[in-house]
Design a protein around this ligand. Sequence first.
Ligand SMILES: C[S@@+](CC[C@H](N)C(=O)[O-])C[C@H]1O[C@@H](n2cnc3c(N)ncnc32)[C@H](O)[C@@H]1O
Length: 377
Amino acid sequence: MTTAWGEPALARFPEDPRDRLRAWDASDEYLLRHLAERRIPLSGTVVAVGDRWGALVTALAAHRPTQITDSWLGQEATRANLARNGVEPGAVRLLTTQDPPPDRIDVLLVRVPKSLALLEDQLLRLAPAVHEGTVVVGAGMVKEIHTSTLDLFARILGPTRTSLAEKKARLILCTPDPTLRRPGNPWPYRYPLPDGIGPVSGATVVNHAGVFCADRLDIGTRFFLRHLPAGGNGGRVVDLGCGNGVVGTAMALADPRAEVLFVDESFQAVASAQATYRENDVPGHAEFRVGDGLSGVPAGSVDLVLNNPPFHSHQATTDATAWRMFTGARRALRRGGELWVIGNRHLGYHVKLRRLFGNSEVVASDPKFVVLKAVKR
Ligand SMILES: C[S@@+](CC[C@H](N)C(=O)[O-])C[C@H]1O[C@@H](n2cnc3c(N)ncnc32)[C@H](O)[C@@H]1O
């Protein structure tokens, strides 16, 4: 990436030589160019929120910025990119969206996230640290910036306008008004589950901003909950890509002897799963882990993996993630252990499962969804 601060070499994480996607985009470049051309002073506390693969903080490392991210993969990418460019590890402060934010922010850079809810939550959490002199610049691709995005900046921080578009990217320029009466933070959001979905019927789900289906039960997840394994055998269960933890919590309620590991790469998701589990006084033992799929889980140590793979991001990335999740499950399962997957019919997960496990059975299906089971032989 070419910037006024040099040309850092950047990669996504985990690195995949077949992946042609860059670790930055035109909005990162536009934002950095704006800072340089306007000679924005970067001597105070510089905070970058939503910096996807660490492009912003790697470029600005000399100014000792703080990065705030919801993504474990994004944070690992940042660590790797800093190392790749010879930046000493302490130069950039790496925080998650769950950490207490800095007390005072002089330059706030916001790479607009996909989730409006996450943007709302983050701006509300950071607003007390923003003062009259804080330079606030948001950035995103034109298709990611809507009137509702600008409204959030205006309602939470102060008067907001946008720049002209350059290479399909746009900047959000906001002048903080500390006298503004900010709305209260609606996150985390709780809702009760409906009846008819097994042991988790009527339970409360807790959702931190930005998690999958934060304000209602996803119809695919609902279908999965109606067709989960009966349980009763105890053993080690993984809720892989746990989101708000509703699937693992259902399994723990069905089988109090089971040990459930909740894993997600989103810090907001794992915090939600933990809160959902606690909220429902679930008996038994659970563990919560932020990380990439099943990496770090010992081979042959798991009896059951439950998985609703991500499907919203860029198609190539999504396919790769599902494949990595299934491969990880095969490695982590003991012989005779099972992977249960829910997906839209058209995603064709049965093909992947058959290639990996040599078998795939339809547990349940309707016109839209299918629940598949693969056994490690
Ligand atoms: C379709 S959602 C399913 C959420 C929840 N299990 C449900 O059914 O409601 C997929 C989840 O996978 C998570 N995810 C994406 N990539 C991941 C990865 N590499 N490792 C672990 N989790 C990941 C996402 O953050 C998201 O919470």
